[in-house]
Write a protein that binds this ligand. Sequence first.
Ligand SMILES: Nc1nc2c(c(=O)[nH]1)N[C@H]1C(S)=C(S)[C@@H](COP(=O)(O)O)O[C@H]1N2
Ligand SMILES: [Mo]
Length: 556
Amino acid sequence: MIPHFNEAEQAVHYPPDRRAAVVIQPYMLWLVGAVLVGAVGLAWGHYLVLGLPADPSRAFGPGSSAGTPGFPWWANLSHWVNFFFLALIIRSGLSILMDHPRLYWNNSCAPTTEWVRFTPVIVPTDRRWTAKEDARYISPLLGLPGYRHTIGIARAWHFLTVPFFVLNGVVFAALLFTTDHWRRLVPTTWQVLPDAWRVFVHYATFHMPLEPNGFYHYNALQQVSYFSVIFVLAPLAMLTGMAMSPALETRFPWFPKLFGNRQSARSLHFLVTIAYAVFLVIHVSMIAATGLVRNMNHITLGTDDPGSRLGLALGGGIVLVTVAFAGLAHWLSWHRPRALQTMHAAVNGPLWRASLNQLTPRASYRREDITPYFWSNGTMPTAPEWQQLAANHFTDYKLKIGGLVEHPVELSLAELKGLGLEQNITMHHCIQGWSGIAEWGGIPIQKIVDLVRPHASVTTVVFHSFGEGLYGGPYYDTNTLENCLKPQAILAWEMNYEPLPLDYGAPLRLRVENQLGYKMVKWISRIDFVETHQTVGMGYGGKNEDEEYFDLLANT
Ligand SMILES: Nc1nc2c(c(=O)[nH]1)N[C@H]1C(S)=C(S)[C@@H](COP(=O)(O)O)O[C@H]1N2
Ligand SMILES: [Mo]
């Protein structure tokens, strides 16, 4: 037994099957292999046929000395701040990834269409297999917090650190371009590309090019690499991250399409991580190979002193602090998860409320876009009451609507259907990472609100389920009344023009398209209008919010 787990947590987070596997589709291996072998092969061709190219470092004559020599203190600081936050972002990102350990290029996310899976599991076809069951264990040495299905806390870390990472980048870029230091980083001539190639031919054929002193200028390949990491990878990470947001997709469906679709955006988001990791390995090796002591003085102290080891000691210290912080983060994740959830909400809650949550859902897909596969989530209700209802095809079902309303009602499915039908074809965004497009038919919540007339003090709508949560106990979730009144917010009894199937939430489920999937309660038994979510359950806004530290507001 791991000390910080109780028995239920142990079963979920530390299951007996912790096998790890990475299965990559052969076409992706061929693709990556072809690019690598192609590039190195071309370099060898160049070398063997034309000889080693002229030393490209000469292209940087004294006249091209880029801006003020050396590194200002703010560049040194933001370099290490970036390192610190990126470590947290990447490690928490890996934990998030393992909650749905499959990456695709298509929105349907059908198992076997993934280009890579980080699980040995082949999804069974002879029984229901939920996305939550599919989550995999990742060692806490790699992931933050690691283990299995810890996505709530992993997201708290991810989203708590992202604003600092972005802020650091923005301040760095602002200072870079208001001084002349941008000149060393931003190529100003296309000549940099053939020059970078010539440097590459040197490295690829095991020749060290003449190193220009990085204190004054970079070699061409180095410049292109640094430029790309800062001005291509980082923005790509941010944009592909944003492309996964339901609130953004439902308002601007073209946005994820910039990257193909939501799943290719997710795949690219991961590949950016890989690119960062590859860069880190090469970067650190080159720093070490070209004068570790001197280079560390450059980037840590901003001095060009080959004699002092202070930069090395300080830089090493920062790496140690980053590692030590990983230990602290691990402790916080298990002993103060509620504080992390609260801190994340304090930082990002107002931010999301003021931006993403303001967007009005409008995306509507075509019938042809409906995906052939749609993952299922949640534990099927075992309550005899629901099973009885299901046996009678829900003819005896009565949806109870009450709480702070003038006119509480109980409505049968037939009565609900009598109120009208709205059909939307929308994209579903599960917090775990998968998506799917389906048609949902049902009654706008607006119509329910008109019928029951909530009191002026109502801010929140509580949706109770016949089903149970991951650790047992009734599943419920809340949405703000504001979000329930937005377009496309419906109580659905129809999926893809058929009666809602049992495992997708029959007789009734919620659709609130600017939110993640877990806010959309299935197997709805009762709806309450209340003043605040704080008086329901443990008071954090839903079963997942209470027990798995998910977000109260799920715009991204
Ligand atoms: N009652 C209940 N509703 C639930 C859940 C659950 O576990 N129990 N899971 C939620 C999650 S995490 C998602 S992604 C969606 C999944 O909907 P689907 O099964 O139709 O794909 O249902 C949501 N509604
Ligand atoms: Mo989900």
